[in-house]
Design a protein around this ligand. Sequence first.
Ligand SMILES: *Cc1c(COP(=O)(O)O)cnc(C)c1O
Length: 377
Amino acid sequence: MPGFELINNLEKKAVNKIFSEGAVFFAHGFNKLRKKFHVREFELVARKKMKSKFSLAVTSGTSATLIALKALGVKPGDEVITQSFNFIATVEAIIECGAKPVIVNIDDTLNMCPKDLKKVITKKTKVIVPVHMLGVSASMKEILKIAKNKKIPVLEDNCESMGAKYKKRYLGCVGDVGVVSYDYGKTITTGEGGMIFTNNKKIFKYCKEYHDHGHELNPKYPRGMDTKSITGFNYRMTELQAAIGKVQIKRLDYIIKENKKRYESIFNEVKNSSLIFRKIPKETDQIFDTLIFKCLNKSKRKKIVKLLNKKGFGTKNLPDAIKWHCAYYWDHALRSKQIKKLKKTKDLLELSIAIPIWLSKTVSSYKSLGKEILKLL
Ligand SMILES: *Cc1c(COP(=O)(O)O)cnc(C)c1O
């Protein structure tokens, strides 16, 4: 979340500098006019940070997901499995490929339930898309094992948890391919934007060509005479966004460190209460972006939400934007037979409250918030 809170003169200078470098906003060509290639630099910095072999900047997390699904060969008639606590974008990308979204309930990690995943795999399953919601890893150990057994590729939707880890490896680089979002509400931001990470050369090649009308960027020819073998679309990031991205990605470790201080200061106050906290999978590092717990008592739950709003913390998705994040409510996209199976998720999320960690709020304000919540229990 807090990337946008830190935007200052550094981002402003980075954008302005482009004007003195020739004011080329396009990621390709115009070599005589420009001094720099910011999109290519942003990709390089990001893949070094994430320890990924390949990276590709695109227009959004949603387009990154669509491109990655296409690269994995998703076609009409295929089934793609994802989870019920999610953002609608993942399901939209599946539908855009002409494939059928198959939605798995969540467990106490609030991410994909591996036991339920096992039950919905069919011969038509083409890709499994676990989503690392609100800073916390899905149960990757179990999910990767199931996927490997069935020889089904894994696409990690890491739009909400850039910087989080599984077994000390960055999420988004653990499955066959991973995506992040740089939209304005995400951990780091370029306004709108996204990135695809993979160690697979073939997947990368497809993504790179698809996001740029099929351009192969053949070094033997100028762009206008370039070679092509597939049709694609236009999902290119601009130089302006990449210049901001390069500044923002340097802030990632600081963001996680500062998030953690605030998260722990409130968590230490409330951890021994009647609240039931989200389960964090073993061998994972979260980014302390959001503190989520269940409060079983309806009137107490209401009081906590009221307090959060009154104090200016607000809530994050639960309960304020539950209808965009719980697949039970997506009757415009899913069949009613599918939706009925997701009542378990709705019931779980309805009991939950998600407290956002803001860097503009002090560590001590989180501690006092914890004390006030305790009084309401
Ligand atoms: C934000 C988000 C997306 C989409 O990213 P955009 O860059 O906004 O298109 C996809 N999946 C999840 C889980 C998200 O939170």
